[in-house]
Design a protein around this ligand. Structure first.
Ligand SMILES: NC(=O)c1ccc[n+]([C@@H]2O[C@H](COP(=O)([O-])OP(=O)(O)OC[C@H]3O[C@@H](n4cnc5c(N)ncnc54)[C@H](OP(=O)(O)O)[C@@H]3O)[C@@H](O)[C@H]2O)c1
Length: 301
């Protein structure tokens, strides 16, 4: 896919956008994205897995023929990075076959597709933030299957790569910030790697930027992450500090010293460059530390 500028859906006039089918609406990102798209006036249909399993080609085809959406926002995915490594066929089915089903059915009804992808498509060897058109080279099954999914889209579709997502917990479970807070509140020490650096990001900021991009009819590959960089150790320690708990509970560890070692290799550096959003009038997203403060405050209220 190549990058291209925005395409206004309204064509200078006011046109009510057609229906949106959003997959993965029970997940960390999809839940908030569905509700903010609705607030923006989109008619969003967001079946849960029990009602629409995206690995079922017939079910996906039937759902799209019944709804005839203008846009399909595909958030559903296998996101358990280590499980993907242990069960590559499962990861392929959830991330590649499912996306092929969605894209095929979308083509059939003339819908554009919005796919959420990941910083883990990169190998971490860069010494500057990754731009959308940098060459991906995933290190693990999760990143490889997400990259294969990206490659199923066409130039008129939209890929949003985000990273290290945190947000209010829900039925699919919590995020790293939730985990850190519950361990720290229980007074339990924890270790986080300090040699993997990325772009900690927050649903509260990523979702409005995605809604903007979707509203503009943007296409191509775009990176949407909060400003600033951190290691997992930095993120965990800042979380504990902001919550007024004991930062001494969080200690750094090198990836090679993790015990037990993780199944999947993660990139050592996966900071994403979002500078191509500015010409579209989107972002920049605020610094991750500010977003973290709001998330922690929300978890205390
Ligand atoms: N979380 C991150 O840090 C992060 C970073 C970069 C990119 N992303 C991408 O962002 C997107 C959303 O991630 P997330 O963090 O919101 O993930 P999540 O919380 O794990 O949510 C994924 C959702 O997809 C659903 N799903 C999975 N397989 C399905 C299937 N076969 N049929 C129907 N629904 C299915 C899940 O349903 P169940 O609850 O029933 O399993 C869940 O509701 C994903 O594409 C992910 O790759 C996430």
């Amino acid at each position: 896919m190549r990058n291209s500028g925005p395409v206004l859906l309204t064509g200078g006039g006011v046109r009510k956008p057609g229906p949106v089918l959003l997959t993965g609406g029970g997940g960390l990102l999809g839940r908030t994205l569905a509700s903010q798209l609705r607030e923006r006036g989109f008619d969003v249909h967001s079946p849960l897995r029990a009602d629409l399993d995206v690995t079922d080609v017939a079910a996906v085809g039937a759902a799209l023929v019944a709804l005839r959406p203008e846009i399909v926002v595909h958030c559903a995915a296998a996101t358990a990075v280590d499980r993907c490594e242990l069960e590559p066929q499962w990861a392929w089915d959830q991330n590649v076959v499912a996306t092929a089903n969605v894209v095929g059915a979308a083509r059939h009804v003339g819908a554009t597709v919005v796919l959420v992808s990941t910083d883990y498509v990169f190998d971490g060897a860069s010494c500057r933030p990754y731009r959308p058109d940098d060459t991906p080279a995933p290190l693990g099954v999760y990143g490889r299957t997400k990259l294969e999914a990206e490659r199923l889209l066409s130039d008129s579709d939209l890929v949003v790569r985000t990273a290290w997502l945190n947000g209010p917990g829900g039925p699919s479970g919590g995020c790293v910030v939730d985990t850190v807070l519950s361990l720290a509140r229980a007074g339990r020490p924890m270790a986080f790697v300090d040699d993997q650096v990325g772009s900690p990001s927050f649903v509260a900021d990523v979702v409005p930027a995605m809604v903007e991009l979707i509203g503009l009819g943007a296409s191509g590959v775009h990176h949407v992450v909060n400003s600033g960089t951190a290691s997992w150790f930095d993120l965990a320690r800042e979380t504990v500090r902001v919550a007024g708990l004991d930062p001494g509970l969080v200690s750094p560890v090198a990836t090679r010293d993790l015990d037990p070692p993780r199944e999947a290799t993660r990139p050592a550096y996966s900071v994403l460059d979002c500078s191509d959003l500015s010409p579209l009038g989107v972002g920049p997203l605020r610094p991750w530390r500010q977003a973290l403060r709001d998330l922690v405050a929300g978890s205390e209220s």
